[in-house]
Design a binder for this molecule. Sequence first.
Ligand SMILES: CC(C)(COP(=O)(O)OP(=O)(O)OC[C@H]1O[C@@H](n2cnc3c(N)ncnc32)[C@H](O)[C@@H]1OP(=O)(O)O)[C@@H](O)C(=O)NCCC(=O)NCCS
Length: 175
Amino acid sequence: MPSTIVDVQMTVGDVMIRPATAADAGGIREIRNDAILTSTAIWTGITQSMSEAAAWVDEHLERDSMVVAECDGFVLGYGCWAPWRAKEGYRFTAEDSVYLADGHRGRGIGALLLNAVIASARAAGMHTMIADIEAGNLASIALHQRLGFETIGTVKQAGTKFDRWLDLTILQLML
Ligand SMILES: CC(C)(COP(=O)(O)OP(=O)(O)OC[C@H]1O[C@@H](n2cnc3c(N)ncnc32)[C@H](O)[C@@H]1OP(=O)(O)O)[C@@H](O)C(=O)NCCC(=O)NCCS
């Protein structure tokens, strides 16, 4: 079956945006676990084991919904989409995620990844994309607004981590 993401593969400077493969699971896990341990971007403190990370990446590979940013053989970041909610009535609504390793942010790579994720969701026939973002995550909110997402609103104290309440800002892009 032709890949929907391959169509948006590109190289910008020394960074290549390409579809993820199973071999990227270790690099993706490292970035994801760092965000789990050090930030409020992911609302859990439970890190992924290698087998959990491989299974999670595989789920995305099956729906062709994950891209990575690679430089010199290293995964600098990843972007993906997945169903926003499990019930079948939500099946045309995707939720996106974009994560870069510390030290590689603010260079435009997040925008390249999110553009590729949007293109993939469109190609898969998704109707709309939602971003659930911790209200204080100004970089992620700016990234999404830059790519055309509209701010829908903020749910106050929707979650908790590091012994404080977290507000959830919801943004949406019609695909
Ligand atoms: C959020 C994240 C993916 C953004 O990726 P990035 O590569 O740093 O962003 P880009 O360089 O592509 O910037 C995209 C836009 O957002 C803006 N932006 C980026 N970082 C910003 C910041 N800290 N504050 C304000 N605006 C910011 C940029 O100015 C740019 O807009 P412009 O083109 O009008 O200048 C990245 O910062 C990251 O990985 N953060 C940690 C993980 C995370 O929070 N992920 C999102 C979870 S919801």
